[in-house]
Design a protein around this ligand. Structure first.
Ligand code: NOJ
Length: 736
């Protein structure tokens, strides 16, 4: 292993420095802290500030106004991290530049590895539909393994922003609308990326983003202001961030937006008080792209110097893409405006992560061409991608058990350009090798079927094309498979939409196909909940297949023919009308509850009911639920248990996500009518019964009050168990 020359010298003269993870705490006297203290003693102020600067190159994912030549700056120790640079050859080139610097501090390479690396996995929202935390962890682990083999150290994932607004383009990148579930998914993803030990070269640093509340932009417009009470934030948006920190996430990213009238990038309540002090987060916080400079656009900073002052003071350690720190921090420190200990704290946090990755031992340990060749795009990755993709599919409708298709089906009329588009199949925000994607069309051909393909609909022109030909091919077929929905590029960053309904023309095409009398299966391809009321009524079978990545085609056909029995559940409510948005299942009762009718909270022209509720998804088999039973518990920390018997009453083996919801009947602040507080995915053979038991602890009963204090109040609770957020059986409990 290559060692950095100064390492031994430094280790020889180690003196512990009392610079804490939080500013006042002293660090334990261990090898890492001694090493970093000694290194920091040798660093000039400029070199320290260099560690706080991250610059883009390669994949550019934001406005790039920097126009600087990176290698010379790196060799001067003025850049600590690069984003968007990947591949062993490229990362090695820049690491070489870092090794020319006085102290040879290695660069950290970060990139948006959002759902798989070269092997594309389902969109995070799709994966969340699996309600399978092991599968979700597996996906992150595979992404980390491939990204690390490409020289990367750090992913800007997972995005854990809760959202109730399907117009917001970034819902594709999160786990949906529920804070309890979002917290579990956040922890699973962190574990997948970081593994047990960051020194393992198959792991990378994760980044919890976007802290905090970025998923609630007003009117669903990306980057828009966020306005909510702090207890609302604590109860409905904060849990996944906190779970990410507790799972050991190495980094956090601040949101572009504001919270409580302070831009998150300079929000000391979020970054300093909550994250670093209260939660004891020891990693570092990176800004979002240019968001330190954007403090001026927020009209929160008067110039770039003011922006740097406000961000660093609030606890923002590394600046991404803009150079407010590089241009101003040295002067601010010299003038005494920024205490040296704040800069030191930020530098230490960054160096610690470099140390944990083993980069001081060998800055090139992620640069191994042979590993890059072997790991990236391997069969293991492809198998895992298909496994996760199958589990992400949600069966929305299956009249007359049209699905699964019979093995006798030989001739398929395949309609819809999305079914053939490798690019779309990968979804947005992807690193996947598009050419290696197996589309639905490819997979049908690979199964030896006769496929009569028609575009059916022109997505750019928004009109049906060659209808008579499409209908003729449908009439000749055993089954019609229609891919409809949105292009992959309709979701992602800067991709909010004011109307998430599928166009009338696209829906009319399905209606025309249904009229042929042939069995019609609709595959809904999308990165967000979409509205398709006509298709919902008229198509006999609908599968939500989202965007599933490199193995999309085989995963979909395995589900169509029943080799995998679909088990996904919707992680976001699907609205029936745009006017319902924002939409969530855990709304509050209000003084005039919707259920009362009459003078109640509702619309005069549209229903308040979603098209499909949170947690909804069918199977090729059926499950029966007993009435749930609650029993007081004697276990420490456990108040009671709720159990339910679930029986597979159909003819196929299948998996079911058994869901527990809780309502606090009367509380000291207004509380939702129900909240998910437990779930278990079980597999049952035909006729098999399983008892599922949920422990009832503080986590199930408590909430944050208006002072953001977590409390559990005595009184009555209703526990509801069932297969989705609407289809529930209940029991009650009194906490004395
Ligand atoms: C902006 C996005 O909001 C963020 O999620 C991403 O990680 C950065 N750009 C870097 O690409």
């Amino acid at each position: 292993m290559r060692k950095i020359a100064f390492l031994t010298a430094l280790l020889a003269a180690m003196v512990a420095q009392p610079v804490g993870a939080t500013l006042n705490a002293s660090k334990p006297d261990n090898e890492m802290n001694r090493f970093i203290s000694n290194l920091m003693k040798q660093m000039t102020l400029e070199e320290k500030i260099g560690q706080l600067c991250q610059m883009p190159d390669g994949y550019i994912t934001g406005p790039d106004n920097t126009q600087v030549s990176l290698a010379p700056l790196i060799s001067e120790g003025k850049i600590g991290s690069l984003l968007g640079v990947c591949g062993v050859a490229e990362t090695r080139k820049f690491q070489d530049a870092a090794m020319k610097s006085q102290l040879k501090i290695p660069l950290l390479f970060g990139m948006d590895v959002i759902h798989g690396y070269t092997t594309g996995f389902p969109l995070p929202l799709a994966e969340a539909a699996s309600f399978d935390l092991d599968a979700i962890e597996m996906s992150a682990r595979c992404a980390a393994r491939e990204a690390a083999a490409a020289g990367l150290h750090w992913t800007f994932a997972p995005m854990v922003d809760i959202s109730w607004d399907a117009r917001w383009g970034r819902v594709m990148e999160g786990a949906g609308e529920d804070p309890y579930y979002g917290a579990k998914v956040a922890a699973a993803r962190v574990k997948g990326f970081q593994g047990e030990n960051l020194a393992d070269t198959a792991t990378i640093l994760s980044c919890i983003k976007h802290f905090g509340g970025y998923g609630a932009p007003m009117a669903g417009k990306d980057y828009n202001s966020v306005d909510m009470s702090l207890s609302h934030f604590a109860n409905f948006y904060m849990p996944p961030y906190k779970a990410g920190a507790e799972a050991g996430a190495a980094t956090f990213m601040s949101a572009f937006s504001d919270l409580n009238n302070v831009p998150c990038t300079a929000n000391s309540f979020l970054l300093r008080d909550l994250l670093k002090n209260q939660w004891g987060f020891e990693g570092f916080v990176v800004s979002d792209w240019g968001s330190v400079g954007e403090l001026m656009n927020h009209r929160y900073a008067s110039d770039s110097r003011d922006a740097a002052l406000k961000a660093i003071s609030a606890g923002l350690d590394m600046e991404m893409a803009t150079q407010c720190y590089a241009d101003n921090l040295a002067e601010l420190v010299k003038e005494g405006k920024v205490p040296m200990k704040i800069v030191d704290d930020a530098v230490r946090r960054i160096l610690e992560q470099k140390y944990r990755l083993g980069l001081f031992e060998d800055p090139y340990r992620y640069c191994n061409e042979e590993r890059e060749r072997e790991v990236i795009g391997s069969q293991k990755s492809r198998d895992e991608a298909r496994y996760v993709a199958e589990r992400s599919i949600v069966l929305l409708k299956n009249d007359h058990n049209i699905l699964p298709l019979s093995p006798d089906v030989k001739k398929v009329a395949l309609v819809g350009a999305l079914s053939k588009s490798k690019r779309d199949m990968c979804g947005s925000w992807t690193c996947a090798d598009v050419d290696q994607t197996v589309t639905l069309y490819d997979a049908l051909i690979n199964r030896g079927l006769t496929v009569d393909y028609s575009d059916g609909y022109d997505m750019e022109q928004n009109r049906i094309s060659n209808l008579s030909q499409t209908l003729a091919s449908a009439r000749e077929s055993d089954v019609v498979i229609v891919a409809m929905g949105e292009r992959a590029s309709y979701t992602g960053e800067m991709a909010s939409r004011g109307d998430i309904a599928i166009s009338d023309e696209q829906q009319r095409l399905v209606a025309e196909l249904v009229k042929t009398g042939k069995p019609v299966v609709v595959l809904l391809m999308c990165g967000r909940p979409v509205i398709f009321n006509q298709v919902k009524e008229e198509a006999p079978a609908i599968l939500c297949t989202w965007w599933l990545g490199s193995e999309a085609g085989p995963a979909i056909t395995n589900v169509l023919w029943g080799e995998y029995n679909p088990s996904g559940k919707l992680p976001m409510s699907f609205p029936a009308h745009n006017g319902q948005i924002p939409l969530n299942y855990q709304y509050k009762s209000t003084g005039r509850p919707t259920a009362n009718g009459g003078w109640s909270t509702r619309y005069r022209d549209i229903t308040t009911e979603p098209a499909y509720p949170f947690g909804y998804g069918l199977s090729y088999t059926t499950f029966d639920y007993s009435d749930p039973k609650v029993e007081a518990s004697t276990k420490p920390g456990e108040y009671a248990t709720v159990s339910v018997e679930v029986t597979n009453t159909g003819k196929r083996k299948g998996e079911e996500v058994v869901q527990l919801y809780v309502r606090d009947e009367v509380a000291s602040i207004t509380r939702p009518i129900k909240e998910l507080k437990g779930f278990e995915k079980i597999r049952l053979e035909p006729g098999e019964t399983r008892i599922v038991t949920f422990p009832i602890t503080d986590e199930q009963l408590g909430f944050y009050d208006n002072d953001m204090k977590y409390r559990v109040e005595k009184g009555d609770f209703t526990f509801m168990v069932g297969s989705d957020s609407k289809n529930l059986k209940s029991t009650s409990f009194t906490l004395k």
